[in-house]
Write a protein that binds this ligand. Structure first.
Ligand SMILES: [Zn+2]
Ligand SMILES: [Zn+2]
Length: 256
């Protein structure tokens, strides 16, 4: 499994792109501004987009992607997400007011976009990968994803989440995670803001990892707010974390 980080920032700025992960050239998790970093040919190779939630930093380039490709596609791009997320897209984005409804364009019978509401318990088989939604705790309905290769290698992405007992218990049912991509949006001094917006800080992240029966082999840190990146990295480096740490930048690639 080839995992490419097209975007992993909690904000914007030169070289900073929001969440978009490409797996094996044809599958995306989230469609943040990192999606704008690939060529038209690469865009055409994308068949499925799994969304964690409907916040703008995770979906902002989906409308633009469909606008780029809609006359060129041979089959619709499948958008897979929790039913609540699909509903937000239908109602508030692809509603002809914010953006055209690409589930009817260019033709109702051959649209550019097809919606696939996900069951929270049912995995999706796609090629030689299996994708399982996993729980997250954020201010809107959100899931993370666990992607398992044919060889049994496991990549997990938390989505936006804060520390939560139920989420932790769910992770403890997952077995070994080879790579865990976990958010850490704020430094510890902004713990109150992190609590309100339901994100992690280094201490909340430590608490989460200490609660795992089996810490991941590799821990990728994502979604750091650009203004606090150095501060968050410093705080995380000073913690005694049980996994190999990697602070993500867009363009990073991992083979699993
Ligand atoms: Zn969010
Ligand atoms: Zn976010």
């Amino acid at each position: 499994m080839k995992i490419e980080i097209l975007g992993c920032s909690g904000g914007m700025g030169k070289g900073e792109f929001t969440t978009c992960i490409r797996i094996d050239e044809r599958l995306l998790i989230d469609a943040g501004s990192g999606l704008g970093e690939i060529s038209q040919t690469e865009m055409l190779a994308i068949k499925q987009i799994f969304l964690t939630h409907a916040h703008l930093d995770h979906i902002c380039f989906l409308p633009l992607l469909l606008d780029n490709l809609f006359e060129l596609l041979e089959s619709p791009i499948e958008v897979l997400a929790l039913p609540e997320t699909v509903e937000v897209l239908r109602k508030h984005i692809f509603n002809w007011q914010v953006w055209p409804d690409f589930s009817e364009l260019p033709d109702k019978y051959q649209p550019a976009l097809s919606y696939h509401p996900l069951s929270r318990v049912q995995p999706v088989e796609t090629g030689d990968l299996t994708v399982f939604p996993i729980p997250a705790r954020h201010v809107v309905p959100t899931c993370g994803y666990r992607v398992v290769s044919a060889e049994g290698k496991v990549f997990c992405f938390s989505g936006d989440t804060t520390y939560d007992e139920d989420v932790l218990q769910a992770y403890n049912q997952l077995g070994l995670i080879n790579i865990l991509m976990l958010e850490c949006a704020f430094p510890d001094r902004l713990n109150t803001v992190a609590g309100h917006s339901k994100h992690l800080t280094p201490k909340r992240l430590l608490h989460f990892l200490q609660g795992l029966d089996q810490p991941p082999e590799n821990l990728l840190i994502t979604h750091m707010k650009p203004a606090f990146r150095a501060e968050i990295i410093n705080e995380l480096n000073n913690l005694d974390l049980p996994s190999t740490l990697h602070f993500l930048s867009s363009g990073d690639t991992f083979i699993l």
